[in-house]
Design a protein around this ligand. Structure first.
Ligand SMILES: C[S@@+](CC[C@H](N)C(=O)[O-])C[C@H]1O[C@@H](n2cnc3c(N)ncnc32)[C@H](O)[C@@H]1O
Length: 234
């Protein structure tokens, strides 16, 4: 059996642009939201490859491009990543604006993980890569939204917890906890909504997001894991 050839870099850039164009059409991004600078993305990617240690990840190169592109379009000042592990997905959403160090032009990028080891790994990665102190991994339970948010309101929320036993079934409850802490026009990105292993856990998540006030929501089958991207009103 033959497998499909891997996408070249330019093909992956072009396909990511198609997914991001779909996000504009679907209303999760503004029609005139900035597009990605691919040279900037590739410089950032090369930098992360030298600085980051990521023991395992399911994030494909195409998915990394789309995450980066969503953040480049929305330009979030505040980002919360729930279940940050080594900080990989967190880095892609915090990367746009890549330029002279320190990296991360926003105000606060918070990575949360319940386990100490991933937090140490993510913290080492962020510091080695030269992210500004506003980008931090912290040990904590993502369900404690009020405690971790304080007075902040989040422009971009990324959900990627994986709870032993319950796996991804907590996404809706988690979203409910973070809703009062979302900024106007917030984007919420949920990872793994397409994965067959999590199909049952996440079957109602998109409808739940719309029921709880998302003005637009779209599923992006960027790979076997996929993203659900939902937008709240301004
Ligand atoms: C699939 S991994 C996340 C991958 C990560 N986003 C990345 O960039 O590679 C899931 C993570 O969720 C964490 N987790 C599970 N339950 C959690 C909770 N209640 N609060 C915060 N993190 C949690 C796990 O410790 C694990 O590191």
């Amino acid at each position: 059996m033959s497998s499909l050839p891997r996408l070249t870099g330019p093909q992956a850039d072009a396909l990511a642009d198609r997914f991001l164009a779909h996000c504009r059409t679907a209303g999760v991004l503004d029609p005139d939201a900035p597009s990605v600078s691919w040279p900037e993305f590739h410089a950032f990617r090369a930098h992360l490859q030298t600085a980051f240690e990521v023991p395992t990840t399911t994030l494909t190169p195409l998915a990394a491009r789309v995450l980066y592109g969503l953040a480049a379009a929305r330009r979030p000042a505040t980002i919360a990543t729930l279940g940050c592990f080594a900080g990989n997905l967190m880095a892609w959403t915090s990367g746009p604006g890549f330029g002279p160090r320190p990296l991360y032009p926003g105000r606060r990028s918070l990575g949360l993980d319940v386990a100490a080891e991933p937090v140490a790994l993510a913290s080492g990665n962020l510091r080695r890569a030269g992210f500004a102190p506003g980008a931090r991994a912290v040990m904590g339970d993502a369900f404690d939204a009020a405690e971790h948010s304080g007075e902040d309101r989040w422009d971009l929320l990324l959900i990627d917890i994986d709870v032993p036993g319950a796996r991804k079934s907590g996404y809706a409850r988690l979203l409910e906890r973070w809703l009062p802490h979302l900024a106007p026009g917030a984007l919420v990105v949920a990872h793994d909504v397409c994965h067959p292993v999590f199909a049952w856990d996440l079957r109602d998540y998109p409808a739940f997001a719309e029921d709880r006030g998302a003005v637009a929501s779209t599923t992006l089958p960027v790979d076997a894991c996929g993203f659900e991207v939902s937008r709240w009103p301004e």
